[in-house]
Design a binder for this molecule. Structure first.
Ligand SMILES: Cc1cc2nc3c(=O)[nH]c(=O)nc-3n(C[C@H](O)[C@H](O)[C@H](O)COP(=O)(O)OP(=O)(O)OC[C@H]3O[C@@H](n4cnc5c(N)ncnc54)[C@H](O)[C@@H]3O)c2cc1C
Length: 310
């Protein structure tokens, strides 16, 4: 509910805040009590940010394609590789990083660790000039032989992929709620404008073709919100929500994009202008179909859940 309201105001700000959920979730799932005290407890006491570092320049959907490695050296790992598209890359206090400890084992050879931002050898790239959500900081983060103490390994060696994926069951309901918030904002603007603007002697909402566009928005927003709440309710009860979180993510992201696009249509020429709010919403909406698993990947997950788990 909070994520929806913040996103109603600005999804760029919402994404910057939500990135903490994504980075913290695998520590919550796989971290020891000592690690939770060290990394998570401070996040509840003061303003701190964390970043989730999985994607690389050559590998996003296909996580097994990452190249970053963590080599053992005494009581440390030495981390080498580059991450891309990292939300809060320049402002995070720590990074959750997935790297290969044994590349020959494919996804079973990936491990996860927490890397404090002030570790020597970390290089942060320029702020990416994105289409939308420009309030959110997105950067490349490179680890040049960064020493990471073994005490910062989350879970066991070889569990990195599973931990990284487990984060999404927690974070997808939140990111989907943000997509609902954006869609609601676009619809609110569309309704207000449809009452004010007149053509052919009547307010434009009196034209059925336009009113139906808004009816479609309202119906899909309501459905998206219920999917979001279902996925959040399941994880709160400690139940597996992988399929429901993918339902929510795919449907809410597509609803946000369609609603923002149609809100621009309701505004006519003014919708195309930067002086009106809906063009920003249309630019901001697009990334919901890309990050935290693209809309195609959500459908892959749903199909896998249907055909391989039931
Ligand atoms: C603003 C922003 C913030 C981000 N923040 C983070 C972050 O904090 N941490 C992080 O780790 N990553 C982050 N990402 C990365 C994001 O998760 C990836 O961009 C996303 O997973 C897609 O990966 P890719 O860009 O490599 O596209 P690709 O995986 O190369 O996909 C390209 C296209 O092919 C499609 N495709 C790929 N495989 C299949 C398949 N098997 N079947 C059907 N279609 C397929 C995709 O859906 C997509 O349309 C962020 C990205 C953006 C844009």
């Amino acid at each position: 509910m909070i994520a929806e309201e913040i996103a109603w105001g600005c999804t760029g700000i919402g994404t910057a805040m939500e990135a903490n959920t994504l980075a913290e979730a695998p520590v919550l799932v796989g971290g020891s009590d000592e690690q939770k005290r060290r990394f998570l407890a401070p996040m509840t006491k003061e303003f701190r940010l964390a970043a989730y570092c999985v994607t690389e320049p050559q590998a996003g959907s296909d996580v097994q394609g990452i190249k970053t490695v963590a080599r053992k050296a005494g009581d440390d790992y030495v981390l080498k590789g580059s991450k891309m598209w990292i939300t809060n890359g320049s402002v995070a206090d720590w990074y959750f990083v997935v790297a290969y400890t044994d590349p020959s084992q494919r996804y079973k050879g990936m491990s996860a660790c927490v890397v404090p931002r002030d570790s020597p050898g970390i290089e942060v790239g320029k702020k990416e000039q994105n289409l939308g959500q420009r309030a959110s900081d997105t950067r490349a983060v490179t680890f040049n032989d960064v020493k990471v103490p073994k005490a910062n390994l989350i879970g066991e060696e070889g569990k990195g992929f599973l931990l990284a994926m487990s984060a999404f069951d927690h974070s997808r309901p939140v990111v989907s709620a943000a997509a609902v918030g954006l869609a609601r904002s676009a619809m609110d603007h569309a309704i207000r404008y449809a009452k004010e603007r007149t053509t052919f002697g009547v307010p434009i909402h009196k034209h059925q073709a336009l009113a139906f566009m808004v009816a479609e928005m309202a119906m899909k927003i309501e459905a998206a919100r219920l999917l979001v709440w279902q996925s959040a309710w399941k994880i709160d009860r400690g139940e597996r929500n992988t399929k429901e979180a993918a339902f929510a993510k795919a449907f809410a992201a597509d609803t946000a994009m369609e609603t923002a696009l149609n809100a621009v249509q309701v505004f006519g020429g003014y919708g195309f202008s930067r002086e009106y709010p809906v063009e920003k919403l249309m630019r901001d909406a697009k990334v919901f179909q890309i990050y935290e698993g693209t809309s195609q990947i959500q459908r892959l997950i749903i199909a896998k859940e249907i055909f391989e788990r039931s």
